[in-house]
Write a protein that binds this ligand. Structure first.
Ligand code: ADP
Ligand code: MG
Length: 393
């Protein structure tokens, strides 16, 4: 097992494309790290540089206490699992699993074994050791009963398991995964996530996992690294990132359905406190929630208030309790068993509310709805996107 350290790691393609821009990341021994971000943000390039499959433009990569910038991929003690698992079609599962180990054998020659009995004995011992490692990996992944089958007789999930098995038999210090579940259907993806988490817990191996799917990232990661345009936006546990997104991009990217973003203005009231103005409504910002100094520093500027869909509360018609509300027309109601998403058209904006289906009551598409925006559970972003720190949440 090993730590992985990236220091000011960059990759420039040609002269202009900064695919990875000065990434600093310190991965602990045994940690499950997920790099997540939209397509093209530099996740694969980062992973491929760790693997040694891609040259580094600048910066350093260390695995354990060794800088590996100039170490060949095969000598880095890592194993990588790709999205298209590319099993050898003419080999059965056992042969696919042992292929890499067979190629690295010390006592390879069958011919020499014929006339050199000491060599033959060691060759046989090596053969048994490889068999044992393949058997152990097959047991871990519950594919023992598939060992004699060719890949074409396997389901997508089974193939993916064999691909993970190929990494497992090598017993690497670091596992690298590049969107390994993207080719599977949603149900299977969910199952494989659970299996990967369990596998990680039993191996306690260092794992670096790349995905564009933020839900997958949330469900797998000890810590996530959110990237955009080659730049790290935030590093933290799924809970930290969900509850305290560092900027508007992270806030909008993480969470389902996405956070509602109200683009409005900060305004100073006559008593010196601040309020948020949006669409002719005014929402008080309490100083117990928002750092007064931070609000003063912004002044009367454009800001964005972000509210997660489950934080908007439906107000009973005719009872808005004098609170500042958002009023609109229900465009759609989508029911997902116990939960329902209501999309409300409010002037030019679509506002999503997530609620318990039970609490929908008599609401229908086309009805007028009043939503309560609680600034206490909202996020505030400056015009440059940076989150205003909440003193309490
Ligand atoms: P991700 O895996 O996050 O989708 P990549 O790391 O594959 O993103 O790509 C990051 C950026 O680098 C993209 O803009 C992509 O077009 C560019 N890129 C990737 N590989 C190459 C290459 N071989 N030559 C030039 N540009 C590349
Ligand atoms: Mg990629």
């Amino acid at each position: 097992m090993a730590t992985v350290q990236l220091k000011a790691l960059s990759k420039v393609y040609g002269t202009t494309v900064r695919a990875v821009d000065s990434v600093d990341l310190s991965i602990s021994d045994g940690e499950f790290i997920v790099l997540v971000g939209p397509s093209g943000c530099g996740k694969s390039t980062t992973l491929r540089m760790i693997a040694g499959l891609e040259d580094i433009s600048s910066g350093t990569i260390s695995i354990g206490d060794r800088i590996v910038n100039d170490v060949a991929p095969k000598d880095r003690n890592i194993a990588m699992v790709f999205q298209n698992y590319a099993l050898y079609p003419h080999l059965n599962v056992r042969q696919n699993l042992s292929f890499g180990l067979e190629r690295r054998r010390t006592f390879k020659s069958r011919w020499r074994g014929i006339w050199d009995s000491a060599y033959r004995a060691r060759r046989h011992a090596e053969h048994l050791a490889i068999r044992a490692r393949v058997d152990a990996a097959a047991r871990t992944l519950s594919i023992e009963q598939l060992l004699h089958r060719p890949p074409r007789e396997l389901s997508g999930g089974q193939r993916q398991r064999v691909a993970v098995g190929r990494a497992l038999v090598r017993d690497p210090a670091v596992f690298l995964f590049d969107e390994p579940l993207s080719n599977l259907d949603a149900l299977l993806r969910g199952e494989m996530r659970t299996e990967l988490r369990i596998l990680h817990r039993s191996l306690r191996a260092t794992m670096v996992y790349v995905t564009h799917d933020q839900e997958e990232a949330m469900s797998l990661a000890d810590r996530m690294v959110v990237m955009k345009d080659g730049v790290v936006q935030q590093i933290g546990s799924p809970t930290e990132i969900y509850e305290r997104p560092a900027n508007r991009f992270v806030a909008g990217f993480i969470g389902t359905p996405p956070m509602n973003m109200f683009d409005g203005r900060l305004s100073r009231k006559s008593d010196g406190t601040f309020s948020f103005r949006w669409n002719q409504s005014e929402f008080s910002l309490t100083e117990t929630q928002w750092d007064a100094a931070a609000l003063s520093a912004i002044g009367e500027k454009a800001v964005t208030m972000g509210v997660r869909p489950d934080r908007l509360k439906i107000m009973p018609a005719g009872d808005t309790q004098g609170a500042a509300t958002i009023t609109g027309t229900i465009a759609t109601i989508e029911r997902y068993g116990p939960l329902a998403d209501i999309v409300t058209q409010v002037s030019a904006m679509r506002v999503t509310t997530r609620t318990a289906t039970d609490s929908l009551g008599p609401l229908h598409e086309g009805d007028t709805i009043h939503l309560r925006l609680e600034t206490n559970s909202a996020h505030l972003f400056r015009e440059d996107g940076k989150a205003v720190t909440a003193s309490k949440r």
